[in-house]
Design a protein around this ligand. Sequence first.
Ligand code: FMN
Length: 316
Amino acid sequence: MLKTAICDLFGIKHPIIQGGMAHVGTAELVSAVSNAGGLGIIGAGHYEPDWVRQQIRLTRERTTKPFGLNIPLTSPFAEPVVQVALEEKIAIIATGAGNPDAYMPRFKRAGMKVIPVVASVAVAKHLEQAGADAIVAEGMESGGHVGETTTIALVPQVVDSVRIPVVAAGGIADGRGLAAALALGAQGIQMGTRFVLSTECIAHPQYKQKLLEADDQATLVTRQSVGRPLRTLRNKLAEQVRELEKAGIAKEELELFDRGRMYLGLIEGDIDEGSLLAGQIAGMIKEIKPVKAIIEEMVAEAERIISNLRNFRKKG
Ligand SMILES: Cc1cc2nc3c(=O)[nH]c(=O)nc-3n(C[C@H](O)[C@H](O)[C@H](O)COP(=O)(O)O)c2cc1C
């Protein structure tokens, strides 16, 4: 059994977290991950507080296991969603984009465990000081908003810089990735793309199909020019955005152009005009599976690999 500090911290069986995901990190997926012994995290995205409250309650109807809530602090509803989290007594908060400093004291006073997602050592150190209980170090391989450092370079540097447990994210989708993350000093992993390709995820079948067809070169990063780099599948929209950026589109204009695109891609399945968030590891995933199978196969494979590595010299 792979038991780590992350399992103890969150009261979970396996050191596997489903990263909060806007639009698709809903009660269906979150409860499936938590019921399978991982940690499911609701993605509040930019949804209104009532929607978030409903997802929390739906999740509680489906699982008695621990789960968390991801709040992108850039959401126009960040403050009322934080209020909902406090009222609903959410135990675990994951913060995405934006600086959680202003909210930290309230989270800590309420006894919440806080696990921010970071893309650099400096931010990891700062958030440890501010009271984070663990850190997700997310490499630029990830689906969604990304930094500039790869998982394999970022994770050991964050591990060396903080005392709290570190979770590796970005480019992990099987037992090999889990074992590698543990070897880098992480106490667990967080996945997004692999969980989108689960039976329980409500993502549109056309988007899932496009992910299944992806190869290792299928994703690209756009929106760097406005300071919000986003990794998606290459499609008509991504190419269009790339051209607009080359032509020097202003931040506000691009934001207007982008409005509703994620929902269009992930939920309505418009694979041309919608934004299809995806990590580089999409190319490795060839099957949609139930969450329980994803988690159990992954843990078994990692255990096998770790034990084989231990016997490496004997065998060689
Ligand atoms: C469809 C999708 C939506 C995402 N939405 C969010 C989000 O709202 N907040 C956040 O912090 N991370 C978000 N992420 C990032 C994931 O939580 C996770 O850290 C990342 O996907 C890990 O990399 P991987 O895709 O290689 O597994 C999203 C990722 C995907 C694929």
